[in-house]
Design a protein. Structure first.
Lengths: 205, 205
């Protein structure tokens, strides 16, 4: 399927490099853009250009930001002694949506995954340890996915900072709110039994 | 879900205006682009920018092209007296893939669809009639979708050029190659009965 226009061919190729977008979808998007007119295309091109030139990593939490220190790290009301360790910026957004955390974050930029060629050196684990050692922290909360990669990464960090005098916690694993018990898998159910909490504490929330 | 970076927010907004891409998918794509580095982002932005500044409609067939006359219309080996009328450039690509047509195309730029506010004036029907009248044509083949919009558009064109001395044809409707008869719908089946062809003609292909 050769396209009659070279600039169209190039745009389709660039778009189809994005995950989940094949050649057909890319062509559909490009035709949509062409129908929408030049303004829409210019806007999209400029926004990606701006993203490329403006975005940087927050120097404290390594999240993506337009400025040296992101809005969360720059917020004086937030407790910098409580650090929530997450995989990427999407997890920050998800946790921020809950309004349940008033500390600061540390974005690892991925999880240890030998299969994908990602080792501890590719993540911001050294920066996390450096930050804890120099600034001090009361609590480090691991908010990582409950996968092999998440557990490996959490364990690696635990081995590195486990002997420092701080509270090292992990978000609770258990039966999701609204789920029925009969459909829960054994591992989740056994974990939620082991880590049962005082009934009183569920009432106060 | 407010993003910490303004340039990211803008890029997500622009991307999520594309059909089939919601805010979540847009964010996923943007994070992928950020991981891929600035070069990939610049390439994508430039390709869309180029598309916007370079693409134009072929002055003969109204397909999208980098130059005034697209490669198909510019091909002296193709028969300009045989015109295949299609909805958009994707149909041109699909028909070109068959290698079964050696004439030229006419891209309508859509189908008559009152529900979407598209009337005959929004399409290149006048240009088609003008082209036929001034250049002459031996055959006009309607290769439009078998939908209400496709049938309406074909009928509209038929009413406009039906009294000119040329062969006006439509691509065959019938049982798709490889399909079993028991699963075909009644309309397709009754049409394929009405428009049955000499068995001999199927052998020669």
């Amino acid at each position: 399927m050769e396209l009659p226009s070279k600039s169209m061919e190039r745009a389709v190729q660039e778009l189809s490099r994005l995950p989940g977008i094949g050649r057909r979808s890319a062509l559909r998007l490009i035709l949509h853009l062409l129908r929408q007119g030049n303004d829409r295309m210019e806007n999209l091109a400029t926004s990606i250009q701006d993203l490329s030139s403006n975005s940087q990593f927050c120097e404290n939490c390594h999240s993506i930001s337009d400025v040296a220190l992101c809005s969360i790290c720059n917020d004086p009301k937030r407790d910098g002694k409580s650090i929530c360790v997450v995989e990427d910026i999407r997890d920050v957004l998800a946790l921020e949506n809950t309004h349940a955390f008033r500390g600061k974050y540390h974005v690892l930029g991925g999880l240890i995954s030998p299969m994908d060629g990602l080792g501890p050196g590719d993540l911001t684990i050294d920066e996390l340890i450096e930050k804890i050692k120099s600034n001090g922290a009361d609590e480090v909360i691991m908010a990582l996915s409950s996968t092999m990669e998440g557990d490996t990464t959490a364990f690696y960090i635990y081995r590195k900072i486990g002997d420092l005098s701080l509270k090292l916690t992990s978000i609770a694993r258990g039966l999701p709110i609204g789920d029925s018990l009969e459909y829960a898998d054994e591992v989740t159910l056994s974990r939620s039994l082991q880590q049962r909490v005082l009934f009183e504490s569920t009432l106060s929330k």
